[in-house]
Design a protein around this ligand. Structure first.
Ligand code: GLU
Length: 445
C-alpha cells in the first residue's frame, strides 16, 4: 500500500479505535486512492487525507421529550458536519436504535464522496438519534422532533447545513422538524429536503433513491449489452428505498421475487405486481416493522428470520442497512448464478462481501448507486432557491441524467486508472478528486 495512505489509515484506526463502522468506511475509500495520491503530490503536501477523515464539526446533544404516559424520556442527538469544501453540509437524519457516533461518522464520510459524484454543489454531513420511531404515537414523534430541532436549529441553515430523511425519518418527521425550525427562526427557507409537497418538497423525492439505483443498474447492464427486462431480482428491506426500487423494477418488466424486514423475507416466485408494491406502503405505515403479512395477502412464501440472499436471482439490491450482506451471503449469491449486486443501502455490504463480489459480478457501490436520493434533494434546494417547482417529468429526467453522469464518471475514472469495470475504485477516485481539488484551492482550513 502507498506509504502516505498507510500512515493516515493507521492514525484513523488508533484515534477512532471504538468506531468500527467509521474505520470500515475510511479503509474502503483510502485503499483505492493510491493512483491519484501518487499522481498528485500536492494532496499529501496539503494533508488532504488527514483533513478528510476528520469531520469539520460534530455536535452531540441531549434530546429530552415527554411520552404519552407523561414520563420524561432522554435520547442522544447528533449532527456530524463532515466536509463543506464543495457546498453546504448535506445529508440525512437517521432515527434508529443502532445510531452511534461511529455510524454517523461513517455515513457523513460516505456522503461527502456521494454528494461530490452527484455533480451538484453539496458538502457532506449526517445526523440523527438513537430514538426509535417504531411503535411511537404521532404525538410522541412530534414532541421528539420538536425537541431535536430546538437544539439542531442553532447549527443548520439553508446555506450552512441542509438535513433530510434517512432510516426512520420520512415525510412525517421532516414535516415536524421543518415546522419547529420555522417557528424558532421565523423564516421559511429550504433548510430541510424531503419536505411535503405543499411546503416546498420536490416531486419524485420520495421515489428518487429507489428509482436512481435502478437507473444506475440499467446503465451498468447497458455496458454489458444486457437489459433489466426479465431479470430476476431480490431486494432487501421494505422501506422507502426498497419501495422506490421495486416500483421502478416492476415498471421496467423485471421480476422482483424477494423483499425483507427484520422478521424475515418474502419469496414471491411469480414476481411482484404493482399491487404488491403499493402494499409495501401499507406495511410501512402499519408501524410494525414486519413483512410477514405480505405472504398471506399475495400467496407468497414467508421465510422467518432469514435474509433474502439465499434465493436464486440475477440481480441483488441490498436496500436496508449497513453490513446487511456479508461474505457468506455474497458466496451464496454467486453460487446461485447472481450476475450483479447493486449496493443501495449505505455500506450495505461488509468489506469481505465487497472484496468477494467486486470483479466476480458487476458490483455497484452504494455511494454511486444510491446517490439519486440526495441528488433530488439537491434539486429540491434549487427549486426552493428559485421559488419555483418543476414537474415530475422534469425532475425524473434530471435524476436520470445525474445517474448517467455518476455511472459514466465512475466507469471512465476506473478505466483511466487501469481498473476497467471496477465501480468501487472509480466512484471513490472520482468523488475524491473534486473534493480534494476544492480543498487545495481553499488553503489550509
Ligand atoms: N439519506 C439519504 C442518503 O443517504 C439522503 C440524504 C439527503 O437527501 O440529504 O443519501
Amino acid at each position: 500500500m502507498n506509504k502516505y495512505i498507510e500512515k493516515v489509515l493507521a492514525d484513523v484506526k488508533a484515534k477512532n479505535a471504538n468506531e468500527p463502522e467509521f474505520i470500515q468506511a475510511v479503509e474502503e475509500v483510502l485503499t483505492t486512492l493510491a493512483p491519484v495520491i501518487e499522481a498528485n503530490p500536492q494532496y499529501e503536501k496539503a494533508a488532504i487525507l488527514e483533513r478528510m477523515v476528520e469531520p469539520e464539526r460534530t455536535v452531540m446533544f441531549r434530546v429530552p421529550w415527554v411520552d404519552d404516559n407523561g414520563v420524561v424520556q432522554v435520547n442522544r442527538g447528533y449532527r456530524v458536519q463532515f466536509n463543506s469544501a464543495i457546498g453546504p453540509y448535506k445529508g440525512g437524519l437517521r432515527f434508529h436504535p443502532t445510531v452511534t457516533l461511529s455510524v454517523l461518522k461513517f455515513l457523513g464520510f460516505e456522503q461527502t464522496f456521494k454528494n461530490s459524484l452527484t455533480t451538484l454543489p453539496m458538502g457532506g454531513g449526517k445526523g440523527g438519534s438513537d430514538f426509535n420511531p417504531r411503535g411511537k404515537s404521532d404525538g410522541e414523534v412530534m414532541r421528539f422532533c420538536q425537541s431535536f430541532m430546538t437544539e439542531l436549529s442553532r447549527h443548520i441553515g439553508a446555506d450552512t447545513d441542509v438535513p433530510a430523511g434517512d432510516i426512520g425519518v420520512g415525510g412525517r418527521e421532516v414535516g415536524y422538524l421543518f415546522g419547529q425550525y420555522k417557528r424558532l427562526r421565523n423564516e421559511f427557507v429550504g433548510v430541510l429536503t424531503g419536505k411535503g409537497r405543499p411546503f416546498g418538497g420536490s416531486l419524485v423525492r420520495p421515489e428518487a433513491t429507489g428509482y436512481g439505483t435502478v437507473y444506475f443498474a440499467q446503465y451498468m447492464l447497458e455496458k454489458l449489452g444486457q437489459d433489466i427486462k426479465g431479470k430476476t431480482v431480490a431486494l432487501s428491506g421494505f422501506g422507502n428505498v426498497a419501495w422506490g426500487a421495486a416500483q421502478k423494477l416492476v415498471q421496467l418488466g423485471a421480476k422482483v421475487v424477494a423483499i425483507s424486514g427484520p422478521d424475515g423475507y418474502i419469496y414471491d416466485e411469480k414476481g411482484m405486481t404493482q399491487e404488491g408494491v403499493d402494499y409495501m406502503l401499507e406495511l410501512r405505515a402499519s408501524n410494525n416493522d414486519v413483512v410477514e403479512p405480505y405472504a398471506a395477502k399475495f400467496g407468497a412464501k414467508f421465510v422467518k428470520g432469514r435474509k433474502p440472499w439465499e434465493v436464486k436471482c440475477d440481480i441483488a439490491f441490498p436496500c436496508a442497512i449497513q453490513n446487511e450482506l456479508n461474505g457468506d451471503d455474497a458466496k451464496m449469491l454467486v453460487e446461485n448464478g447472481c450476475m450483479m449486486v447493486v449496493e443501495t443501502s449505505n455500506m450495505g455490504c461488509t468489506a469481505d462481501a465487497v472484496n468477494y463480489l467486486n470483479g466476480r459480478v458487476a458490483f455497484a457501490p452504494g455511494k454511486a448507486a444510491n446517490a439519486g436520493g440526495v441528488a433530488v434533494s439537491g434539486l429540491e434546494m434549487s427549486q426552493n432557491s428559485m421559488r419555483l417547482s418543476w414537474s415530475a417529468e422534469e425532475v425524473d429526467a434530471k435524476l436520470k441524467d445525474i445517474m448517467k453522469s455518476i455511472h459514466d464518471n465512475a466507469y471512465d475514472t476506473a478505466e483511466k486508472y487501469g481498473m476497467k469495470g471496477n465501480y468501487v475504485a472509480g466512484a471513490n477516485l472520482a468523488g475524491f478528486i473534486k473534493v480534494a481539488d476544492a480543498m487545495v484551492a481553499q488553503g489550509v482550513c
